[in-house]
Design a protein. Structure first.
Length: 291
C-alpha cells in the first residue's frame, strides 16, 4: 500500500504553525501545532500495510523551498522514509528553471506543487487569482517539468477545473496529479453537478490523474459514507488506473486516527474489483511517482 500524500514537519519551519492560531480551511489546529516527525508518522501507519509514502510540500516559507526538500531528503536518507518528494517552486516567475535546477540535486524529487486553489470564501482562498492556470507564463514554466521527468500536483476547486484542463492540455508531456479529487466543498445537488462536470473535463486529458485524499477537509471528520461516495464517483469518471490514495496526514489527525482513516478508504473501495483496488492503493502511485 502506498500513501501518496503526507507531511512531516518541524514547527520552526512552518510560519502558519507559529504565533496565534489563525482560521484555517481545516478548522482549529492546536493539536498539530507542534513537530510531526517521521517516527510519529511510522507509528501512526503501523499495522495498516502502508509500505511506501510520498511527501508533499508543506508550505514552508517560499524562499526556503530548497531547505524543505533538503531536510526531507536527509530524513529519508536516515530512515528510509519517505520514498518520493513533491517540492515547491514558483511558476509565476519569468523562468522557473533556476529553481528546478536547485531541486534536481535531490534524488527523491518526483514533482512540484504550487497551490492554485482560489475561492470566494476567504478561509478557502489560497491563490491570489482564480485564473493562474491560464497564465501563459505559468503554462510555459509548468511545461518545463517534462524535461525533468517530474509531475505537477494540481490543486484547484471545481469552479477552476475548466481552466485547469486547459493547463493540462498546454503541457502534454507533464503528468498532473489532481489534489484531493478536486476539493468538493459544496455538497448540494448543484455543487455535485459542477464538480462532476469539472472532473469530466479534466479526465478528458490523458495526462491527468487524481488523488483520493483529504475528504475530511471541509467536514472535519472521518465520514465513511462521504469517502465511499467520493471514491465511487471519482473512479467512474477517471477509472481506477488514474486514481491514487493519499492520507493528507497529519492534517486528518485532527479528527481521526490513521488506521481508522485508512479503514474508511478500504471500505469505500470495497465494491470495486481487486485489480481496481490494487491500482488505487498501490499501482497508480508507483507509476506516477516512480517509486
Amino acid at each position: 500500500m502506498i500513501d501518496a500524500h503526507h507531511h512531516i514537519w518541524r514547527q520552526q519551519d512552518l510560519p502558519w504553525l507559529l504565533g496565534p492560531e489563525q482560521p484555517r480551511i481545516f478548522g482549529p489546529y492546536a493539536d498539530i501545532k507542534r513537530d510531526y516527525l517521521i517516527d510519529e508518522y511510522l507509528e501512526d501507519i503501523q499495522g495498516t500495510g502502508i509500505t511506501k509514502s510520498v511527501y508533499v510540500q508543506a508550505n514552508w516559507a517560499t524562499d526556503r523551498f530548497v531547505d524543505e526538500v533538503a531536510w526531507v531528503q536527509d530524513v529519508a536518507d536516515q530512515h528510509g522514509w519517505p520514498h518520493g518528494i513533491v517540492g515547491y517552486a514558483d511558476f509565476t516567475v519569468e523562468d522557473v528553471r533556476p529553481q528546478l535546477n536547485k531541486l534536481k540535486a535531490y534524488p527523491l524529487m518526483r514533482g512540484i506543487r504550487q497551490q492554485f486553489h482560489w475561492h470566494e470564501n476567504p478561509l478557502y482562498k489560497f491563490a491570489a487569482s482564480p485564473n493562474l492556470p491560464a497564465n501563459p507564463t505559468v503554462q510555459r514554466n509548468i511545461a518545463m517539468l517534462g524535461d525533468y521527468g517530474w509531475s505537477f500536483d494540481l490543486q484547484v476547486f471545481p469552479g477552476q477545473m475548466a481552466v485547469a484542463a486547459k493547463l493540462a492540455r498546454a503541457c502534454p508531456n507533464v503528468t498532473f496529479v489532481l489534489q484531493h479529487a478536486g476539493m468538493l466543498e459544496d455538497t448540494s445537488e448543484q455543487g455535485w453537478l459542477i464538480w462532476r462536470d469539472g472532473m469530466r473535463r479534466l479526465a478528458e486529458c490523458n495526462n491527468v490523474v487524481t488523488k483520493l485524499s483529504a475528504f475530511g477537509t471541509f467536514t472535519h471528520r472521518n465520514d465513511v459514507t462521504f469517502i465511499r461516495d467520493m471514491i465511487e464517483e471519482t473512479e467512474k469518471i477517471f477509472g481506477a488506473n488514474r486514481c491514487l490514495f493519499g492520507s493528507n496526514y497529519p492534517i486528518e489527525k485532527l479528527w481521526t486516527r490513521y488506521s481508522d482513516l485508512f479503514d474508511a478508504f478500504r471500505q469505500g473501495a470495497a465494491h470495486l474489483s481487486q485489480s481496481a483496488q490494487e491500482a488505487i492503493f498501490h499501482d497508480t502511485a508507483m507509476r506516477v511517482y516512480r517509486l
